[in-house]
Design a protein around this ligand. Structure first.
Ligand SMILES: Nc1ncnc2c1ncn2[C@@H]1O[C@H](COP(=O)(O)OP(=O)(O)OP(=O)(O)O)[C@@H](O)[C@H]1O
Ligand code: SF4
Ligand SMILES: [Mg+2]
Length: 370
């Protein structure tokens, strides 16, 4: 499901000042989120997923972060907006659920007051109507005793309950864009499914575009229209969920998919299940990115001499589906459009390790730097 763009991000870059020197944490992200569309952002820890969305909403302190590029929310550039306009836009324009719920809840105000204030800041609802709506929202996100919860302080709730309160606040103004950063990771699967349904309803009713940041590829397969794979602050692959999960073209994506448990694998005689395959090695620190392909130090198929000196641009790697291009930043698939029988497609079978079945000719993967 895609429509008019809700968000268009162009060449987003974030440099952080750190004690170890400048850290290039986001390095040229370009993507769009259509009306009613869900874009999943995946990538291992430290790849810049959270920083990239905090930058969009002006939530990185200017003394530590330099943000450049463009981010048009319904045609208006978030990166050049005045702070007062940004405050107006957060809520009905863009709602965000953070990884840590305590960062967005005020510990000295009751849950009810926080939801009511959020509702009344962007509408002419009376206090009584807003309070009724707040209780309704808490019920919708599965909080037991929503009326009672309105009068409680955040510290009186469990972590999972607090997370549901934050989700209720983010949904309360039916935002045009919802950014969910590991929003349901801490919740049990039943509540997670309930929240996902709630968001799907919001999308159907209001055309909300969703950026869903997660480590859970099962959720990605279930809810996303398209997937953006981040590594070292870059998008290394994007496309429709079917293209990326069924025909991954970048060796890193193949590694990520290889690290899913193979549910069909035989269980050992004592009931033990096989280890998860992981991508060997560690991502590079953002203060010391490699000069060539950012994945070079860990890439099991690095054969092209350009790998060491040039960052491959995102190039179209297959026919694409759903009217969207399938792109990847690699030349190891140059000249071969991945298809169901190709090595890239084979790697999505979950059975192999990183780049299983991919043509080699290079050294094995290395951990760390060069
Ligand atoms: N305030 C900060 N000061 C310095 N470096 C930071 C700061 N916040 C994040 N970073 C660095 O920026 C990089 C990207 O961090 P980010 O939190 O965006 O990763 P992530 O992809 O969201 O990871 P995770 O999956 O663990 O949430 C990391 O190397 C992190 O150490
Ligand atoms: S083959 Fe080269 S360009 Fe492709 S991911 Fe590996 S190191 Fe990067
Ligand atoms: Mg994060």
């Amino acid at each position: 499901m895609t429509g008019e763009p809700v968000l268009e991000v162009e060449d987003l870059r974030v440099r952080l000042r750190t004690p170890r020197g400048p850290a290039d944490v986001v390095n040229g992200l370009t993507y769009r989120v259509g009306q009613g569309e869900t874009v999943a952002v995946v990538g291992e820890s430290g790849s810049g997923k959270s920083v990239s969305v905090l930058a969009l909403l002006g939530l990185l302190p200017a003394r530590v972060a330099t943000v450049t590029g463009r981010a048009l929310l319904q045609g208006e550039d978030l990166l050049t907006m005045s702070p007062s306009r940004l405050r107006q836009v957060r809520g009905p324009g863009a709602g965000m659920v953070f990884q840590d719920p305590m960062t967005s809840l005020n510990p000295v105000l009751t849950v009810g007051r926080q939801i009511v204030e959020g509702l009344r800041a962007h509408s002419d609802m009376s206090k009584a109507v807003a309070r009724r709506r707040a209780a309704e929202l808490l019920g919708e996100v599965g909080l037991p005793d929503p009326e009672g919860a309105l009068d409680r302080y955040p510290h009186e709730l469990s972590g999972g309950m607090r997370q549901r309160v934050v989700i209720a606040i983010a949904l309360s103004n039916s935002p045009a864009l919802l950014i969910a950063d590991e929003a349901t990771t801490a919740l049990d699967v039943t509540v997670q499914a309930q929240i996902i349904d709630l968001i799907a309803t919001l999308q159907a009713d209001h055309g909300t575009g969703v950026i869903w940041i997660t480590h859970d590829l099962g959720v990605v397969a279930g809810i996303a229209d398209r997937v953006l794979v981040m590594y070292g602050g870059r998008c290394v692959e994007d496309g429709t969920v079917d293209d990326v999960l069924e025909h991954p073209a970048h060796p890193y994506t193949r590694g990520l998919l290889g690290s899913l448990p193979d549910l069909a694998a035989p269980v050992g005689p004592d009931g033990e299940v096989p280890d998860l395959t992981t991508v060997p090695g560690l991502p590079p620190p953002p203060t010391d990115l490699p000069p060539g392909c950012v994945f070079w130090p860990r890439c099991p198929v690095r054969a092209d001499p350009r790998c060491e000196t040039e960052q491959p641009p995102l190039a179209v790697v297959g026919p694409g589906s759903g009217g969207l291009e399938h792109r990847a930043a690699t030349w190891c698939t140059e000249g071969e459009a991945p298809s169901a029988g190709s090595p890239a497609a084979g790697a999505s079978s979950r059975a192999g390790g990183p780049a299983a079945g991919a043509t080699s000719g290079a050294d094995g993967p290395e951990g760390g730097g060069r």
